[in-house]
Every structure is written in C-alpha cells, then in structure tokens.
Design a protein around this ligand. Structure first.
Ligand code: IPM
Ligand code: MG
Length: 370
C-alpha cells in the first residue's frame, strides 16, 4: 500500500468555503474509489483566520503547509477586512504561503471547453479550441520588492513606493520551468516583459535568451512586450502556447486569459517550488478567481476552477495523470450536458447552484468509473 497523501485544505473567505465543500466531496470520492488515499487537515487562512486568530495566517498553519504533500486553497479577502492596515490584510496570508513555500512557478492554464465557446464575450472562432498556459513568476517582482511603503514627505505630501526587482537566478528558474513545460506541449514559448521601459525587463529578456541558447535551443522562443501581449490575447489568443512572465504582468494577463475561457470561474492554477532531496515538491493549488463577495454565501459560485485545481494537484504533485484526466473528463461531460452555474449559463437557461454542480460531478464520476 502506498502511503497516504497529506493534504492541507484552506477554504478561506467569500465563495472559498462553498466551492471547497463541493471539491471536498470529489476529494472524498477519490479517497473511497481510486487507488489514492488522503490524510486531510482543514484550516483557516485570510479573513477567516483574522477573525479567529487576529492574523491572516498563523505560524502553526504555515508550518503545516511546509510539511504536507500539497495545499489546496479557496480564496482570500473581502470588504469586511478592507480597512485593516496593509500588513494585516487577508491577502498577506496567501502571499506568505507563496513566499515561504518558495512557490516561484505559477501555472495558469486557460482552456476553452467546447461547450463554453458561447459563454465568452469573444467571438467563437477566436477562442474555440483554445489551450494556452501562462507561467507566472510568483515570489518576486513588484509583489515582494523592497523598498516598499507609504511615506510622509517633508512638505506634508505622501509617497507610495514599490520596487520591481528580479535577480538573474529568479528569472532563470521560472524560465527553466516554462521551457520544460513548453517541451511537453508545442515546444513554443513566449516571454513577456517591458524591456522597452524597465531595466528589470531588460534583464528578464537577456536571461531568458541566455538560457534558451545554453539549454533550450530546440524550443521556439519569442519575446513580447507585456502590453502587446494583453492586446494579442484578445485579438488572437491561439497564436500562443506557453507564456512566461513576471508576477505583476502574470496577475493581469491571467485574469484576461480567464475571460477567454468564458469565465474566471473556470481557471485553475498550480504553484510549484523546487523538488527537495526526496523528490517532493512543495505545491499549492488554487483557483485564479477571488472571493466574489457579491455572490458569497448564495450558492451561486462555480466550483470548477477549484476542482480543476485539484486535478492539477493529482497531475503535478502525485503523478496521477489518469485520475486528473478523469476529473477533467467529468467536467467536460457535465458542461456538454448543458449543466452550468450562473457565470457560464446561456441567457435564459436553467442554472445550477454550487452544490447541484457538485452533485452533477459526482454522478458523472460514478458513471465514468463504473
Ligand atoms: C491572484 C490574486 C492574488 C494576486 C491576490 C488575491 C493577492 O489576484 O492569485 O491572481 O494578486 O496574486
Ligand atoms: Mg489575480
């Protein structure tokens, strides 16, 4: 018997808990039905942790995250905590997890399911068959650079400062991850930065080019300015396969890519660190969407982004590609059968609640596994 996989589930805030309960049902289904078994610990992060412990992530929860095989996170934040000082906000819990676990490679695949071609605001021919992957650097750049802060100037005015900084090592390691992923797909990588205005962008382009020449000359590499990339993503997204970019540009480009798939409610992500001596890779899986406070608690949220994040966990953390395929096929079949939550429903058609979507998925999994 292989050892059980240890899993830390952090539902977080807003729609996080309600989408996570549906995903939890699928995790339990795998626990019962497939070869894989999970030891699950559930804990608080973000506003929920602030309310219970006065901090968006306790040291105890951080310690657990460092030792489990994988973390599955819902979403953090919400209006209730908007007025808190910056370093106490719910988002700090998420950023601390990313930073301390050193999850520098954030994989955000944007796949347009055939059944959802009509759900996007873009023309069907632009997005049908879309399957691209954004690799976002996740532990550096503007998000973590110093100096940072808000300071009072002698004349009484104020100044807000953030620093966009990357070392060659930080650029190389995420570029390497992207080149490796490109090799497993169409062997095409596009690197996005602002080398026309930022020194960190110039360095980014130089380091990616150097690595390409030294180790990945077989991969077709192109460079693009991030603003042009944003434009090309809506003009002709299928020209891309893998895009590698920094933390801030990746944040924006991946939200944009989300809408190409019909809804941000469909976009999963995997955040990966380096493998340790035993081959174990620290990893966290989370949907790209946020806490959607406007619909939280109403049973309207789409659980598919978090479910597809669980599928990514099966694939990347546990090498269970067939089980990941099973989840993805269940999602595809449920969508093909016209089952939709509100965010992806055709106008006037019946929409499923979050838990009804969970029911549909479990029924489909039962069918597929029969
Ligand atoms: C994301 C989110 C986060 C980010 C927030 C919640 C801190 O927008 O994962 O894309 O900006 O990285
Ligand atoms: Mg974002």
């Amino acid at each position: 018997m292989p050892a059980n996989k240890t899993l830390l589930i952090l539902p977080g805030d807003g729609i996080g808990p309600e989408v996570m309960s549906e995903v939890r049902r699928v995790v339990d289904w795998f626990d019962r039905r497939q070869a894989v078994s999970f030891d699950i610990d559930e804990d608080l992060v973000g506003g929920a942790a602030i309310d219970a412990h006065g901090t968006p992530l306790t040291d105890a929860t951080m310690d657990k995250a460092m030792t489990v095989d994988a973390v599955l996170l819902g979403a953090v934040g919400g209006p209730k905590w908007d007025e808190l000082p910056f370093d106490q906000k719910p988002e700090r819990g998420l950023l601390r997890l990313r930073k301390e676990m050193d999850l520098y490679a954030n994989l955000r695949p944007a796949i347009c399911f055939d059944a959802l071609v009509e759900a996007s605001t873009l023309k069907p021919e632009v997005i049908s068959g879309l399957d691209i992957l954004i690799v976002r650097e996740l532990t550096g750049g503007l998000y973590f650079g110093t100096p940072r802060g808000i300071e009072e100037l002698p004349d009484g005015t104020r100044r807000g400062v953030n620093t966009h900084v990357y070392t060659s090592t930080e650029i190389q390691r995420v570029a390497r991850a992207a080149f490796e992923l490109a090799r497993k797909r169409s062997n095409k990588l596009c690197s996005a930065e602002k080398a026309n205005v930022m020194e960190s962008g110039v360095l980014w382009r130089q380091e990616v080019t150097k690595l390409h020449q030294a180790e990945y000359a077989d991969v077709e590499l192109t460079h693009i300015y991030a603003d042009n990339c944003a434009m090309q993503l809506v003009r002709d997204p299928k020209q891309f396969d893998v895009i590698v970019t920094d933390n801030m540009f990746g944040d924006m480009l991946s939200d944009e890519a989300g809408m190409l798939t019909g809804s941000l409610g469909m976009l999963p992500s995997a955040s990966l660190g380096d493998a340790d001596e035993t081959g174990r890779r620290r990893a966290m899986y989370e949907p790209v969407h946020g806490t959607a406070p406007d619909i939280a608690g109403q049973g309207k949220a789409n659980p598919l982004a978090t479910l597809l994040s669980f599928a990514m966990m099966l694939r990347y953390s546990f090498d269970l590609g067939q089980d990941a395929d099973l989840v993805e096929t269940a999602v595809k079949n449920v969508l093909d059968a016209g089952k939709r939550t509100a965010d992806i429903a055709a106008p006037g058609s019946e929409t499923l609640s979050t838990s009804a979507m969970g029911d549909a998925l479990l029924a489909e999994l039962d069918k597929l596994a029969a």
